[in-house]
Design a protein around this ligand. Structure first.
Ligand SMILES: Nc1ncnc2c1ncn2[C@@H]1O[C@H](COP(=O)(O)OP(=O)(O)OP(=O)(O)O)[C@@H](O)[C@H]1O
Ligand SMILES: [Mg+2]
Length: 333
């Protein structure tokens, strides 16, 4: 099989997440890291996921690939992939094959995920073999071209062991692995944290070009609002395992509706442009063990709290034209 036979039949790979609930078993009990998440990820768009640490961004990305590991568990819901059905119904070999065809990913802290005992090139060949690619030379050529495109010396990288590469180089090698199989969906979880600003800019620009050239569905998870502003077509804001706001990037960043999104944006000097104007979010990030089970999960930290927030779960309200917000304080429009 050649590389290009891997392209799935569905041209556009949208992801439709329906009522997804995921929990983790901890020594304090079993807690929901995602609760009834319903969200459409649009094909051929770059979607940015933002939210404080622990809000469930990585869990959501892993669930999309049906890759939640114990002590995590998917408790319910569906993840419908255009052209492939419900990913959560697949197990074993069909799941592995689907992942290879559909998903390219760079895990959070992936700079440590290479095998220390094998050269990068050998690991690429393993990856190719495990997805049934017979033209391994072609795969290496493709990898080398990708590596050079993101500022690496392709020959050097392919013949290196992990310890011979810097953190920033490893992170970019992670990107090469994510892109080389030409999957339809690219998931990048904090892909550029080990890169200096200039390299980050260059790498993100190339990721955006590849996204466009290949018509990918791309998800970028980041704490860096600058990355979101520059890269994303749409933004998903998560809080305590819920999607609290979603919409086109410009509208969401310039006119945030949810008090949490407002606080998140105000807390970032790079966006407000003035360090003195940056205001930290009041309160602390949510702890799964103490998230209220009824009503709005953000109410303890919210300036706009009213009595209804204590008892009634907010429902999605239309916002930003074709987006949504989950807040009692926002009037349906
Ligand atoms: N393996 C695990 N065992 C127990 N709890 C977990 C595990 N992985 C995640 N969690 C919990 O699930 C919640 C969501 O975690 P997740 O890693 O998805 O957040 P995140 O938004 O990606 O955070 P960050 O920005 O720090 O990467 C957190 O409360 C976290 O403590
Ligand atoms: Mg994470």
């Amino acid at each position: 099989m050649s590389l290009y036979d891997l392209a799935p039949t569905a041209e556009d790979a949208g992801i439709h997440i329906q009522n997804l609930t995921v929990s983790y078993d901890t020594d304090r009990g079993r807690f929901n890291a995602l609760k009834n998440v319903t969200l459409d990820i649009r094909p051929r768009h770059i979607t940015g996921f933002i939210g404080e640490s622990g809000s469930g961004k990585t869990t959501l990305a892993m669930a999309m690939m049906n890759a939640i590991q114990p002590p995590g568990r998917i408790d319910g819901g569906a993840i419908l992939l255009d052209g492939a059905g419900d990913v959560l119904q697949l197990r074993g070999e069909p799941l592995r094959r689907l992942r290879g065809r559909y998903f390219g990913f760079v895990f959070q802290a992936s700079s440590n995920s290479l095998n220390p005992l094998k050269r990068v090139g050998a690991q690429l060949m393993d990856l190719g073999r495990s997805h049934g690619i017979s033209d391994l030379r072609g795969l290496l050529r493709e990898a080398k071209a990708l590596a050079e495109r993101i500022g690496l010396d392709g020959d050097r990288v392919l013949t290196s062991y992990q310890h011979e590469l810097s953190g920033g180089m490893r992170q970019r090698v992670g990107l090469v692995f994510a892109l080389v199989l030409k999957a339809r969906i690219l998931i990048l979880d904090e892909p550029t944290t080990a890169l200096d600003m200039l390299t980050q800019q260059a790498v993100l620009e190339i990721v955006r070009s590849i996204h466009q050239e290949q018509g990918l569905t791309t998800i970028v998870i980041t704490h860096d609002m600058g990355v979101v502003a520059e890269m994303a077509d749409r933004v998903v804001v998560m809080y305590a395992g819920r999607v609290v706001e979603e919409g086109p990037t410009f509208s969401l960043l310039t006119n945030p509706q949810h008090p949490y999104t407002q606080g998140l944006i105000r807390a970032i000097p790079r966006i407000t442009g003035n360090l003195d104007d940056a205001k930290p979010l009041p309160g602390s990030p949510p702890d799964l063990a103490t998230i209220p089970t009824k009503g709005c999960v953000f109410r303890e930290r919210c300036y706009a709290r009213t009595s209804v927030c204590d008892t009634v779960d907010p429902v999605p309200t239309s916002a930003h034209g074709d987006g949504l917000v989950m807040c009692h304080g926002v009037d349906a429009s």
